[in-house]
Design a binder for this molecule. Structure first.
Ligand code: NAD
Ligand code: UDP
Length: 335
């Protein structure tokens, strides 16, 4: 079986590429390298001893996508390609709608021409919007607060409608919670450009001395210690969730939605203290006002993935902190 990974040179895509190759699947990656470096796939090849062919091209371009199908005849697609910076999406909404929605629609148009019916889509917990009961279940109401989130929400809608119009299609929508960490080798990991927005890459850069302290965005939330709580998931567990989703999609049709999280919330201060303990480094921090748009708590009910995909996250917070730091230490300037 060959799987096309759009956006497969990126953070989650490269870890998934590794898991698929290690499990005997063949892959091909289509990535425009807008937010990634081909070195990630070179290292995947080095770690697995298998080929990870990369086609540098845009997933919104129908000719390019068709030529990849013509050459590689993939049996399934995992669609990671997308712009993902929430703040930037507020500044440049049209870029986000155009890139993220065109990519999804282009794949939907090209796939049936090559008799490819299985697609796994990178969605996000952000589609649950705000004011929800926790833990979040897949059948809860949805809604978003920024253009990035809406591109995920609308892509889910498009895929649901396309599958309804053609019952032979099989689409799995994966709502990721907060992926962190890196492959245990420290050879591949998250390589944000500029100053990181997300908590774990920011902490790693404080630990390495690149940034002098962490700003903790608010300690007046209604949580155990007042700081925001999230469902952090090791990127290798997330990658393995994609393999489980592919196996599920092969034997089903229609659309299924799964949360991929651990089901356990940790606060910002939990992450800081686990990181310090796991790695023996100090993370200086100051408490600052809340970051606009943040919610207090967000975590998954992950029972549906357990019951139907036979998948649960295996790695704990200590492993997430160790692996994130191992990657950062070995690659202080990324790839
Ligand atoms: P990433 O930026 O590392 O990877 C995305 C990849 O897509 C990049 O390599 C980029 O170059 C590529 N890309 C973007 N637009 C493209 C296009 N039009 N054609 C070809 N390639 C294109 O991001 P990631 O963290 O690996 O995320 C992967 C997917 O998961 C994204 O769709 C993202 O929105 C989603 N997601 C990520 C998170 C997270 O916290 N990292 C959470 C929820 C959902
Ligand atoms: N956070 C923080 N300081 C930072 C980055 C993040 O205190 O420099 C907090 C943020 O308020 C949230 C949590 O860490 O409670 C996770 O934020 P992140 O941006 O990693 O993910 P999000 O859940 O917002 O997508």
């Amino acid at each position: 079986m060959r799987v096309l990974l759009t956006g497969g040179a990126g953070y989650i895509g490269s870890h998934t590429a590794l898991v698929l190759l290690e499990n005997g699947l063949d892959i091909v990656v289509l990535d425009n390298l807008d937010n990634s470096n081909p070195e990630s796939l070179r290292r995947v090849e080095e770690l697995t001893g298998r080929q990870a062919p990369l086609i540098v091209g845009d997933c919104t371009d129908e000719k390019t996508v068709a030529s990849v199908f013509e050459q590689f005849r993939p049996d399934a697609v995992i669609h990671f390609a997308g712009l993902k910076a929430v703040g930037e999406s507020v500044q440049k909404p049209l870029n986000y709608y155009q890139n993220n929605l065109d990519a999804t629609m282009t794949l939907c148009r090209v796939m049936p021409k090559y008799d490819c019916r299985v697609l796994v889509f990178s969605s996000s917990a952000t589609v649950y919007g705000t004011n929800q009961k926790m833990p979040l279940r897949e059948d809860f109401p949805t809604g978003c607060t920024n253009p990035y989130g809406w591109t995920k929400w609308i892509s889910e809608r498009i895929l649901t409608d396309v599958a309804a119009a053609d019952p032979t299609r099989s689409f799995v929508l994966l709502r990721y919670f907060n992926p962190i960490g890196a492959h245990e080798s420290g050879r591949i990991g998250e390589d944000p450009s500029g100053i990181p927005n997300n908590l774990m890459p920011f902490i790693c850069q404080v630990a390495s001395g690149k940034l002098d302290h962490l700003r903790v965005f608010g300690n007046d939330y209604p949580t155990r210690d007042g700081t925001g709580e999230r469902d952090y998931i090791h990127v290798m567990d997330l990658a393995e969730g994609h393999l489980a989703a592919l196996n599920y999609a092969k034997h089903h049709s229609g659309v299924e939605i799964f949360n991929l999280g651990t089901g356990t919330p940790y606060s910002v201060l939990d992450i800081v203290s686990s990181f310090e303990k796991a790695n023996g480094v100090k993370i200086p921090y100051e408490i600052t006002p809340r970051r606009p748009g943040d919610i207090a708590v967000c975590y998954a009910d992950a029972t549906r993935a357990r019951d139907l995909l036979h998948w649960t996250a295996q790695r704990d917070l200590t492993a997430m902190c160790k692996d994130a730091w191992n990657w950062q230490k070995q690659n202080p300037n990324g790839y």
